[in-house]
Design a protein around this ligand. Structure first.
Ligand code: SAM
Length: 269
């Protein structure tokens, strides 16, 4: 089953701009897991459902070669644009390709050290995907699945405002896939470490925070039904009233907190 809800250049552009950067501690944890005794090593990583590369680029600090895969052509175009802008890793180290996670036939059997899935497991047909994971992973290779919750603002009024906004405008367009609980997913290998969490905190402007909300699939579906709606501008204005210094009239940045939830598995030797 493939889902094209994220297809559409505007959404991919918003995504590349406003989705949060994952914390360095997460990639330290991934690096340690993949370098531990009995693992296949840190040669090749494949990041599926990679979007514009939020979880793909950081893997280049650990792995010799990294491939990002996404079903959406426009997400991959954004990833390639960012790769060219950054100009840090050439195509021999980092490549992106359009395709479904459920068909990784571009890789041979037993040829990959890590398959990662960042905020995308809920879009996949896990039965088909896990078969492919098991086929391409080397013995001792790792599967790492992670996701996060929407960042929470530091002012209670802003938290309430967002909750009300969601209930009033977005909830009818939200699919149960929007905020996956990793507890609900079976990992095909023994998962001795269980569920682990890494804090993900950011300092955002109101514009960046509302930008992040626009990237949610429910927001995109809302906008498809209500293309000229001003609800996001209205939310921005109301939040700015909370985040403007009454004396200097300057905007105060919002400190947001979130948690990345991680599950790990290793293909037996
Ligand atoms: C919420 S985004 C996550 C993007 C990125 N990994 C991140 O952490 O921000 C989910 C991504 O999964 C992709 N996707 C959905 N179904 C897919 C499938 N069957 N195979 C590969 N990618 C898929 C979407 O196009 C989208 O880019």
């Amino acid at each position: 089953m493939s889902i094209l809800l994220f297809e559409g250049e505007t959404h991919a552009e918003l995504y590349a701009k406003y989705r949060p950067k994952y914390p360095d501690a997460l990639y330290e944890m991934i690096g340690n897991f993949c370098r531990a005794q009995g693992t296949s090593g840190v040669g090749v990583a494949v990041d599926v459902g990679c979007g514009s590369g939020q979880g793909t680029f950081p893997l280049c600090d650990t792995f010799n070669h990294v491939v990002g895969v996404d079903i959406s052509q426009s997400q991959i175009e954004q990833a390639l644009r960012l790769q060219n802008l950054d100009n840090k890793y050439d195509a021999s180290r980092l490549s992106f390709r359009v395709g479904p996670a459920e068909d990784l036939s571009f890789r041979e059997d037993n040829s990959v050290d890590l398959v990662s899935v960042a905020a995308a497991i809920h879009w996949l047909d896990t039965e088909k995907f896990y078969k492919e994971v098991d086929r391409i992973l080397k013995p001792g290779g790792s599967l790492i699945v992670y996701t996060y919750v929407l960042p929470k603002p530091d002012k209670e009024e802003a938290v309430q405002m967002e909750a009300q906004f969601y209930k009033e405008h977005l909830s009818e367009y939200a699919s149960s896939r929007m905020f996956p609980k990793l507890e609900d997913y079976k990992i095909p290998y023994s998962d001795e470490l269980g569920l682990r969490t890494v804090p993900m905190n950011s300092t955002l402007s109101v514009h960046e925070y509302v930008g992040l909300i626009t990237t949610l699939s429910a927001s995109q579906t809302y906008l498809q039904h209500n293309p000229s709606s001003a609800i996001f501008d209205d939310l921005t204005q109301r939040l700015l009233e909370l985040y403007t210094d009454s004396v200097t009239k300057e905007e105060i940045k919002m400190f947001t907190t979130s948690t990345v939830t991680v599950r790990t598995g290793r293909k037996p030797l």
